[in-house]
Design a protein around this ligand. Sequence first.
Ligand SMILES: *Cc1c(COP(=O)(O)O)cnc(C)c1O
Length: 503
Amino acid sequence: MPTRTITGNRGLQVEATLIFEQDTPGVTAVDLPDPPKVKGRLGDMGRDEAIGLPNLSEPEVVRHYMRLSQKNYAIDLGMYPLGSCTMKHNPRLNEKMARLPGLSDLHPLQPESTVQGALELIETCAHWLRVLTNMPAVAMSPAAGAHGELCGLMAIRAALEDQGNPRKKVLVPESAHGTNPASAALCGYAVESIPANAQGRVDLDALKEKLDTDVAAVMLTNPNTCGLFENDILEIAEAVHAVGAYFYCDGANFNAIVGRVRPGDLGIDCMHINLHKTFSTPHGGGGPGSGPTVFSEALAPFVPVPYVVHDADGFRMVEHESRSDAKPFGRMKAFHGQFGVFVRALSYMMSMGSDGLRQASADAVLSANYLLARLGDTLTPSFGGPCMHEALFDDRFLKDTGVSTLDFAKAMIDEGVHPMTMYFPLVVHGALLMEPTETESRESLDGFIEMVKGLAARAANGDAGYFKNAPRMTPRRRLDETAAARSPVLRWKKEDSAQNTSE
Ligand SMILES: *Cc1c(COP(=O)(O)O)cnc(C)c1O
């Protein structure tokens, strides 16, 4: 039996060279007359030389992108239980709204009188966020969650500087997302880690011990990255405020509590909201994010510009204070922020309604608990009791099998499912973090559970070799991830595909 096809293709998995290698000089998809030479204000701006784009016909371009799309996994193809990332369904209505020419063809420098609807849309989205969080102020401009963290910390620094001392440290739990310590460091703070207790939550006594007047802020994720609600959050807020520090909440997991818990009621001073997670927008290579950041009354004066105001003259984007005590620390981004994501998020919020958002958080938590309950006797749950929107397991169930969390995840790829998040959070060994979201049906969850149980049985039966050789069915087999990052080979050679068909 031949071990590979003549072409290197595998059925519908078609091998192709990079688009830049498909260049056929003279071929073009669109025939346009040579443009006239234009003398602009900056002199002769006409280009004399080709800029090195490949020459391709329209079918070649279409096939290129179609093939690339077939090599991808997507929430539109199946379950995508990537913990912390909230890969929920993106309703097509959102996309339809974002593509309306009146919203998609705007320019940020257009006269305000011609974009009243867009400004109203930003303000309406801001209103929903203020109401859902019970926080009085919001900066809409941060471009992603991590950018929102930086925005919050810059406001905290501005508030502390205003009191005469920016302070030195930010405390971050061990289980935090890597962006938390990175944002604190970028903002000029030393980062100190707070240990977790045996229940997967912040160790309150350890936190209190570290709190002093050098601490500018505590950054907490709630529900945390173990998928657990921080039960001591009110006491934490009180202790943080008692030393004059501010309480930052990483709101990436807001989808677990939206419509049920308002962060403003928990003593939180600022929190970013990943619109692309909680309020559904394609993300993770699929599109831009957006990280509006909400603020308590204590930090509201320091919120960065710009913001939308509404008065007798209509909607305006203001670059100066709209409150008498305003001392904005500056700005996070040119213009208004990620307008296209605002459109999608508002479309999601308004089509769900407040009751629908409340239902979505309930269903997300129910789905995760269903996984936890039905997989609890096969995998090893890291903590006792129910979870919030994601279920955390560690690799104790793989002990002595010769199979690692990574091997297990690679075998899931062959089963046609995107693996869960691996090795995060760092507080448990070989973590498997599963976030099914409210998107999945009972049938879909059952299929996933049977697949995971089947793989776990295979591992327990001593079939480590099967796992070490996974994935087998993918366009590329297991990559050396270090070498792939450090010395990437970006040119495809026909011979390379031989590895696809040999064991
Ligand atoms: C996704 C995530 C972030 C970062 O958000 P981005 O939008 O990717 O910048 C921060 N913290 C947690 C817990 C997250 O899940």
